[in-house]
Design a protein around this ligand. Sequence first.
Ligand SMILES: Nc1ncnc2c1ncn2[C@@H]1O[C@H](COP(=O)(O)OP(=O)(O)OP(=O)(O)O)[C@@H](O)[C@H]1O
Length: 268
Amino acid sequence: MAVGAVAAAGGAGGSANGAPAALAIEGLSWRVGGLSIVDGVSLSVARGEFVAVIGPNGAGKTSLFNLVSGLRRATGGRVRLGGTDVTRLPVHRRARLGLGRTFQSSSVFGSLSVAENVRLAVQAHRGGSMRAWPRPAADRAVAGVADEILAQVLLAARRGDPAGTLAHGEKRKLEIALLLAGEPTVLLLDEPMAGVSAADVPALVEVIRSLTATRGRSVLMVEHHMDVVLDLADRVAVMHHGALLICDTPAAVMADPTVQEAYLGEEL
Ligand SMILES: Nc1ncnc2c1ncn2[C@@H]1O[C@H](COP(=O)(O)OP(=O)(O)OP(=O)(O)O)[C@@H](O)[C@H]1O
C-alpha cells in the first residue's frame, strides 16, 4: 500500500503531504513517423504504491515503459523520479537514480549458480563503494546481501543450482533478484507472468507483492493477467490507442463503461 497519501487518480506530480511522487509521468508523448504511439500520458506513482498498466494489444504499454526507462526518447512531456527531471537522461543514469526495469533473461548466466548470478549483480552495483574494504570482508558482505535477496524472492532453495536449469517462473524470480541488487526505488515490471505456468503464478505473485512491502519501493507493472492485476495493484491505469483512459482503484476501473468498451471483443 502507498506510504502517505494515495495519489489522486491519474494525476502527475506529488502526494498530498507535499513530497514529490516516486515516479511522475507528465504529458508524455512519443510520435514516430506521424503516428502517435504514446499520447500525452500523465500518471504518478506514490512512494510504496503499486500501479498496474493494462490495455488491449497495441495500446502503447511497452512504449510507455520504454519512454520511462529511457530506452526511447520522448517527443513530448516529462518523466520525474522523486522530483528529479530525468526526461533527457540515458538508461544508466536513470538506473543510478533508482529506476529499475527487469533484466531480460539474456543477462542471466545459465552456467553460473543462482547465487553466483545474484552476487555478481550485487558486486556490479556496490563494487566501487567497497573498493577500500579488505577482500574477504567485501566478499562476505556481497554474499550476505545476495542471500537476503535470494530469500526475498523465494529462491534460497535453488541457490546452488545452475541458473540455466530454472523453470520459467523461477527465472522470473531470479530476474527480480538481479533487479533488487541495484537497490531501485521504482521498479518497472513488464509482463512478469508471461510464459509462467499456472502452478508457478501464486509464488511469483507473492514475490512481487513483497517488493512494495519494504523500503517504500514503488512498482509500475504491465500485465495481461487480470486476476494478478486485481490482486496486486493499488491503482490500475488503462491505456487505449496510446492515451490514458482512466487510473483508479481496481474496483472503479472494472466498473467503468469506457474500459469495457476499450476491451470490446477482448478478454478483460
Ligand atoms: N518503433 C516503432 N515504430 C513504429 N511503430 C511502433 C514502434 N514501436 C511500437 N510501435 C507501434 O505502437 C503501438 C503500441 O505498441 P506497444 O508495443 O507499445 O503496445 P502494447 O500495449 O505494449 O501491446 P502488447 O500488449 O501487444 O504488448 C503498436 O501499434 C506498435 O505496432
